[in-house]
Each structure stands twice: as structure tokens, then as C-alpha cells.
Design a protein. Structure first.
Length: 230
């Protein structure tokens, strides 16, 4: 009985560590989806048609949230975090300074979060959640000279939890459940053309083997320490 109690405590220690590590490191999800309408605008994305397959990634890095912008928490607590930059210097923010960034691919066409060009720029990246079935992550970059790009990810409708511990979206695979939330994405190019799609699957990229070894080692360290004191 004593060993069972000790092992259980070791597992709890590991589960408590995972959200902490998650919040301190970028977390990337792979998604697959399908365009739910023809592209809008006459620019680079104008050839995307209703039904075209869409794949891509969403990356969340809450360590980049601006001080005072909020603290991600578990469902159903609402929260809002952002990393925004406005300036006229030669050092625009890099992608790895944002709380949210994305990529998307439709055939030979691709979208990816861009770094602002030197000069006056306005960059905003944010993640917002409400204590209902609503979750939004977005990023946009605009230049004074005009133009800019925009990406957004929404979880809407339904009557189920949309995000979990640490404020990260829950993995999702569409199974036809009419009560399930809708996962939706949209990308817009600097020329104003864009496309919207329904996400059919959203899954976190597995942690590298080294990270799992670290978690396992920390968990067993907790077990050994407890054994030493019993």
C-alpha cells in the first residue's frame, strides 16, 4: 500500500509540471481542414475553391504575453493575452516574440506569419477566451505604407469545453457531433485576398523524446525522494 501511494504521488508531480513547462515553451498544433467557400478578393489566394484541402500549424507561446495583458487559465475561466508592437525603428519584432503565429497550405499556395518590415509598423498577436464556447487566436502585421497580413483561428458554438489547463485549445477531431464546437480558420494576404476554412482535426505536435525523458526523470526523482523519507 505504501508503494502504491508513493507512485501515485509521483504521477501527480509529473502532471503538475506539464502545464508549467507548456506555458514556458512554444506549443505547436498541426491542423487539417477544408475551404468552406471560394476565396475572396482577386489577389494571390483567388484560386482557392470551396472544398480545397487546407493544412497548417498554429503555434502558441504565452511566455511572450505582455506584462499585465492577462493570465491564461483553464476552461471556463475567460482570459486575454497579447503581444503588440508599434514603432518606427529598424528592429521589428520577430515571430518568436509573438503569443500566436501560424502557417497554412492550400495546394501550391501558402500563408505564414510574416516579420514586419523596418519602418513604422504595427504588429499584434493575441489569444482571447470567454467563459462560453468562444476562443480566438489572431495575428496581424500592418505597415504605414499600406498592406498587411492577417490570420485568425476561432472555436465557436457548441456546448463543450474549448480550451484546457494553461489556456491552450483542446485537441479536436470532427466526428459529426452536432453539439461539438466549430473550429474555423481564416488567412488574408497583404493584397486583400483571403480564404476561410473549417478545421477537421487539430492535434498538438508531440513533445521531442528528450522532453519526455526529462518529464519521466523528474517524476521518478519525486518518487525516489518520497521513498527516502518513508
Amino acid at each position: 500500500m505504501a508503494q502504491l501511494t508513493i507512485r501515485g504521488a509521483g504521477v501527480v508531480s509529473m502532471s503538475m509540471l506539464i502545464p508549467t513547462i507548456t506555458n514556458a515553451s512554444p506549443v505547436t498544433y498541426n491542423f487539417t481542414g477544408v475551404a468552406d467557400e471560394d476565396a475572396f478578393g482577386s489577389g494571390v489566394y483567388s484560386t482557392i475553391k470551396n472544398g480545397d484541402a487546407i493544412t497548417g500549424t498554429y503555434t502558441f507561446d504565452f511566455a511572450n504575453a505582455r506584462s499585465g495583458s492577462g493570465t491564461p487559465g483553464p476552461y471556463p475561466n475567460g482570459f486575454s493575452v497579447n503581444s503588440s508592437f508599434t514603432g518606427a525603428d529598424d528592429s521589428p519584432p520577430q515571430i518568436n516574440q509573438l503569443v500566436f503565429s501560424s502557417t497554412a497550405h492550400a495546394g501550391a499556395l501558402s500563408y505564414s506569419t510574416q516579420v514586419a518590415l523596418p519602418g513604422f509598423y504595427q504588429v499584434n498577436s493575441s489569444v482571447d477566451a470567454e467563459p462560453i464556447a468562444f476562443y480566438q487566436a489572431s495575428e496581424n502585421m500592418r505597415q504605414t505604407a499600406g498592406g498587411g497580413e492577417y490570420s485568425s483561428f476561432f472555436i465557436i458554438e457548441g456546448n463543450q469545453a474549448t480550451y484546457g489547463e494553461g489556456g491552450l485549445p483542446l485537441p479536436f477531431t470532427f466526428n459529426g457531433d452536432p453539439n461539438a464546437p466549430r473550429y474555423v480558420g481564416q488567412d488574408v494576404a497583404p493584397d486583400g485576398s483571403g480564404f476561410q476554412f473549417t478545421i477537421l482535426s487539430l492535434q498538438p505536435v508531440p513533445l521531442p523524446a528528450a522532453a519526455w525523458l526529462l518529464l519521466s526523470g523528474l517524476g521518478w526523482l519525486g518518487v525516489m525522494r518520497r521513498r527516502a523519507t518513508t
